[in-house]
Design a protein around this ligand. Structure first.
Ligand SMILES: Cc1cc2nc3c(=O)[nH]c(=O)nc-3n(C[C@H](O)[C@H](O)[C@H](O)COP(=O)(O)OP(=O)(O)OC[C@H]3O[C@@H](n4cnc5c(N)ncnc54)[C@H](O)[C@@H]3O)c2cc1C
Length: 399
């Protein structure tokens, strides 16, 4: 068949891209290997957070103050884009405002204090505020944390519902979505030819949103992305007053360790608790039990709560933790490497790639100024070298 644009991948990035292009009148075909939401988007922690994981100082060092500022502003715009997509398309995805970065150690408290100053001084971002231990207790009933940084513009949502909602909105705008349609390869040129086992789509543009699953379809991209295993457990539904007591303001929380714990309430009164990462491709043994222990360390009153579900997925990280957007050919675009901020940035990313295809690439190209490196070690040794790096960070968290 023919189309104007082929989008590969039915996660948040692919669905947002398909929606924004279809709204501009393009004939869009989205090809998804499994089903919409199969990848990170359907499994995610659902925390929607301002900023980029790379950190502003690293970005300033690489691209200069002005571009780093534009990148930060775009990350804040991404929060607004996500919220307006939810509103405009009436996506029922349990959005709640408030997100807290929590400090476990005295040095974390200093880090958060510096951060809040930097955000105000250099980025005019003044919605986050520091909570001391007493103020934090109003939001998290746990002795584990010394202080926190709360941002009411950030929040949390059900990421699978958001992904499915965007897919429906894309279809309503005219895009066609094919599930069970793995792209095996493509040929670029004036017209791009995209092959699945069942057929061929010819289009003037291609957008690759396969992220940590892209593999052999685009080896150049695969070398720059690492799927880090991260895991979540969900308790059985708890008495409403119990779960309210744990997180009275219904904020989402992430601590600021390198290997972080993150958690939130669900709409049906479960506690969703995420953490533990695995840089090898093997799922850790006794995963649910070890996650449960981490959860009870934060909330001892959950010692008797049963774990109803445990799952994992690949978090898409780049070497620098900055998102990796760009072109492999003038008409072949890609979005990947959201590095823990994908729930928010993907909505904006789809909008920017649609702008670029429609002829205004200026905002998309703010991201392409970030240079990205391959992970060391090639396909065979990429993971072993990361396992070593991982041990280093685990030790660092102990300090
Ligand atoms: C457990 C977990 C917790 C997370 N928590 C958070 C969080 O709290 N906040 C946050 O911001 N981010 C979080 N993330 C990351 C976030 O979910 C991702 O950054 C985001 O979902 C990426 O969206 P995507 O569309 O780029 O990729 P994905 O959702 O992975 O979608 C890629 C899709 O492409 C398809 N695909 C790949 N190759 C092909 C092919 N050849 N042909 C056809 N289809 C193909 C895949 O099947 C997949 O469905 C988390 C991730 C995980 C795994």
């Amino acid at each position: 068949m023919t189309a104007d644009v082929v989008v590969v991948g039915g996660g948040l990035a692919g669905c947002s891209t398909a929606l924004h292009l279809a709204q501009r009148g393009y004939r869009v075909v989205l090809l998804e290997a499994r089903f919409v939401g199969y990848g990170a988007s359907g499994r995610s922690g659902g925390q929607t957070i301002f900023g980029l994981a790379a950190g502003q100082q690293a970005l300033v060092a690489q691209v200069g103050q002005e571009t780093a500022r534009r990148l930060f502003d775009l990350s804040v715009e991404a929060l607004t884009v996500t919220q307006s997509l939810i509103r405009e398309h009436a996506i029922d995805c349990d959005y709640h405002p408030n997100h807290i970065h929590a400090a476990i150690k005295p040095r974390h408290v200093v880090e958060l204090e510096h951060w809040v100053d930097e955000l105000r001084r250099d980025y005019d971002y003044d919605s986050p505020r520091m909570l001391d231990r007493a103020a934090l207790a109003e939001h998290i009933k746990s002795d584990r944390y010394l202080a926190g940084l709360i941002d009411p513009r950030s929040g949390h949502l059900n990421p699978l519902k958001l992904t499915l909602g965007l897919a429906r909105a894309a279809e309503a705008a005219g895009a066609t979505i094919y599930e069970n349609s793995q792209v095996l390869r493509y040929e670029d040129g004036g017209q791009v030819r995209v092959h699945t086992a069942q057929g061929l789509v010819t289009a003037s543009h291609l957008v690759l949103c396969g992220n940590a699953y892209i593999g052999r379809v685009a080896p150049r991209l695969a070398r720059r992305i690492l799927g880090v295993g991260t895991y979540i457990i969900a308790t059985e539904p708890l008495p409403e007053e119990h779960v309210r007591e744990l997180l009275p303001s219904n904020a989402a929380v992430a601590d600021i360790n390198w290997i972080l714990d993150y958690f939130r309430r669900s709409q049906d009164h479960r506690l969703l608790f995420g953490g533990r990462v695995s840089y090898s491709s093997v799922q850790p043994l006794h995963l649910a039990e070890s996650m449960r222990k981490r959860m009870v360390r934060v909330f001892p009153s959950l010692a008797a709560a049963k774990v109803a579900y445990a799952w994992g997925g690949y978090l898409d990280i780049t070497m620098s933790r900055a998102p990796d957007f760009g072109r492999l050919a003038p008409n072949v675009f890609y979005l990947q490497g959201f590095s823990g901020h994908g729930v928010t940035l993907t909505g904006l990313a789809g909008k920017l790639v649609a702008e670029a295809i429609a002829g205004t690439a200026e905002r998309f190209d703010v991201f392409t100024r970030i240079a990205h490196r391959d992970f060391p070690g090639g396909p065979l040794f990429r993971r072993p070298s990361l396992v070593l790096a991982m041990l280093y960070y685990r030790l660092r968290d102990l300090l």
